[in-house]
Design a protein around this ligand. Structure first.
Ligand SMILES: C[S@@+](CC[C@H](N)C(=O)[O-])C[C@H]1O[C@@H](n2cnc3c(N)ncnc32)[C@H](O)[C@@H]1O
Length: 256
């Protein structure tokens, strides 16, 4: 998708996700849509272990950067009323195909998380599982999430950890720092052209507060004992992620 109001990096990231859809996520959706229970991250930490979501039945939920929408589909199976938002048409095509195959239906909206064409205060929960949380400018998508939520509504998002992002070289995560913390706000990967965002923790805490959120929890997720390296997301090994947390799960709520 393209629009004069959208940041300049959006079309390039959409092109990357169109390619990733053809290489991996379209085929992976067959299996990921069979899941009934929420798990978090590369190593599938069960929601029952971290207990961040609680019961979602009856909640209006928006997933910002829903991809093939397997995560949203799990929430729909649990009785939520979700909407999936994503700017990559190929990802939404896969999501629609899976909806037709499974008869699990919910609205899908083609849009970037920086400018979502949905009304103010219309959701109880905004989720991002490696969607807006890494692909959208946080100074645009976090205020947009606040706009979409009702007072008291929750924002839950998963992203790569700060440590992983500091230590990631082009061929994988190392045990050495690869870039200054000051350069994490916006990372342009020279090999693929991807543009990612990783606001340092202190700045993200401030941005959440300035956007009307109160931070409730910040969970640093390690790989479980014995975890193997993921077959596709192999930039970080299971061994590395047992020693340092590879992922961060953020939980906040809108104060007013
Ligand atoms: C790892 S996938 C999300 C996986 C998703 N949770 C699922 O259930 O399939 C990342 C998604 O972020 C989307 N994305 C890229 N730029 C975005 C933006 N500016 N706003 C929202 N989503 C974006 C991509 O199109 C891609 O589908």
């Amino acid at each position: 998708m393209s629009s004069p109001d959208l940041p300049e990096y959006v079309p390039g990231n959409v092109a990357i996700w169109t390619k990733t859809n053809a290489e991996y996520t379209d085929a992976a959706a067959e299996r990921s849509w069979t899941r009934d229970e929420v798990t978090w991250g590369i190593w599938g930490i069960p929601e029952t272990e971290v207990d961040v979501l609680g019961a979602v039945a009856g909640l209006d939920v928006v997933e910002l950067g829903c991809g093939t929408a397997y995560f949203t589909a799990i929430l729909a199976k649990q009785g939520a009323h979700p909407v999936g938002v994503d700017p990559t048409p190929a990802q939404l095509t896969t999501a629609r195909r899976m909806q037709a195959e499974t008869a699990i239906e919910f609205p899908l909206v083609e849009a970037a998380a920086e400018a979502v064409p949905l009304p103010d205060a219309s959701f109880d929960l905004a989720i991002s599982e490696y969607g807006a949380s890494i692909w959208a400018d946080p100074y645009r998508w976090i205020p947009e999430a606040a706009r979409l939520l009702r007072p008291g509504g929750r924002l839950i998002f998963l992203r790569n950890s700060t440590t992983v992002t500091l230590c990631q070289a082009l061929d994988g995560v190392t045990e050495q720092l690869q870039r200054p913390l000051r350069e994490l706000r916006r990372i342009e990967w020279p090999d693929t052209g991807e543009v990612e965002f990783h606001l340092p923790i202190g700045e993200l805490v401030d941005l959440l507060r300035e956007s009307g959120f109160q931070l409730d929890r910040l969970l640093e997720l390690y790989a479980p004992e014995g975890a193997e390296t993921h077959s596709y997301y192999d930039f970080v090994t299971g061994e590395w992620a047992r020693r340092w947390p590879a992922e961060e799960l953020w939980v906040a709520h809108k104060t007013a």
